[in-house]
Design a protein around this ligand. Structure first.
Ligand code: PSU
Ligand code: MN
Length: 323
């Protein structure tokens, strides 16, 4: 006990409940990919949420890695959900599942019951378990402020990326954010942002945010090489890997922008703030685009899971090559 307490992550580790398959893969140095659960409980509706979660796990397996969906249940941080647990989380009535981020993780653990993990909470749990690659849809960032104003609504995902050394694979900062300001804060906090397969920053619903990413690499293999170097430097920060949404499911630039602007104005008028804002905006954008945003969101989540799997496999192969 004393030894565990001297480790700053000891207390998180003590709360982990790692699925047998995931534990075996980690012990043998095989590739594992963490997946988040807020998109299951707060991002998509049943049965679509379960289909996307299952398809993401399948995409990770197809790449040769083991998926580990992360959530909180009964005061434990689950690393890897079996089919029954995924089903239970996906069908839990709205409002019964907490959204757990770094600031609310203690509350979620103390409360018992189910909590879904955002990017920040998933990073905390996955890193404590020894996982280096995490696939998600979009990260939280700096929200948009009304014209002429500034906002303090900056997701704890940003700070987590600054302090937790792992690769997070996403489709670019969500279009519903203030993307330029999100990039500024990531830069300030020491988080490299790299686009895969193109110079431009992926724009979540659209393939491009309309400007170049800070860095870019040609493919997953090159992404793995960069991740390895970044993590080897021991800087302490994570790295944000941005993969464009599949072309056939992308929303045209103008459609995405218009939907985001309308939804943001509606949220402002409805007085939505705090952790409720991101799920509210996602639902509003889905209504405005008549489901097209959900098709894009689905495609990019599954696509990112596959990319994260290939990157995790490449990282393990590189480590074996150095021995
Ligand atoms: N991207 C999606 N759907 C989601 C989210 C991201 O397509 O549901 C979630 C992620 O879990 C992310 C969180 O970490 O939204 C950010 O919430 P906030 O802005 O409140 O920090
Ligand atoms: Mn917020």
């Amino acid at each position: 006990m004393t030894a565990a307490r001297s480790d700053p992550l000891g207390t998180v580790r003590e709360r982990l409940q790692v699925a047998a398959e995931v534990a075996a893969a980690l012990a043998e140095g095989r590739p594992v990919v963490a997946l988040e659960s807020t998109l299951i409980s707060h991002g998509l509706d049943y049965p679509h949420n379960l289909e996307v979660a299952s398809a993401s796990e399948a995409a990770v397996r197809e790449s040769g890695a083991i998926p580990a969906t992360v959530a909180v249940r009964g005061g434990r941080l689950l690393i890897g959900l079996d089919a029954d647990a995924l089903q239970a989380l996906a069908t839990a009535p709205r409002g019964t599942v907490m959204k757990a981020a770094r600031p609310s993780l203690g509350v979620a653990v103390a409360r018992g019951g189910w909590a879904a993990t955002t990017v920040s909470a998933t990073m905390i749990a996955a890193h404590a378990a020894g996982i280096r690659v995490f696939g998600t849809g979009g990260i939280g960032g700096v929200h948009r402020a009304p014209a002429g104003a500034s906002t303090f609504d900056i997701s704890s995902d940003i700070d987590e990326l600054a302090r937790t050394p792992m690769a997070v694979v996403c489709a670019g900062p969500k279009a519903l954010l203030d993307v330029p300001n999100t990039l500024e804060v990531l830069e300030t906090r020491g988080v490299p942002v790299v686009a895969v397969g193109q110079r431009e920053l992926p724009g979540f619903y659209a393939r491009s945010a309309g400007f170049d990413a800070p860095h870019s690499v040609p493919d997953d293999e090159a992404a793995a090489a960069l991740i390895e170097t970044h993590l080897d430097l021991g800087l302490g920060s994570g790295i944000l890997v941005c993969v464009p949404v599949p072309a056939d499911k992308a929303l045209p630039e103008g459609v995405a922008r218009e939907a985001v602007e309308r939804a943001t104005a509606d949220a402002e008028a409805a007085g939505i703030h705090g952790p409720d804002l991101t799920p509210w905006l996602l639902a509003r954008i889905a209504a405005i685009t008549e489901g097209a945003s959900v098709r894009a969101n689905t495609a990019l989540i599954v696509n990112n899971a596959g990319a994260a799997g290939r990157i995790a496999v490449a990282l393990v192969a590189r480590a074996a090559g150095h021995r």
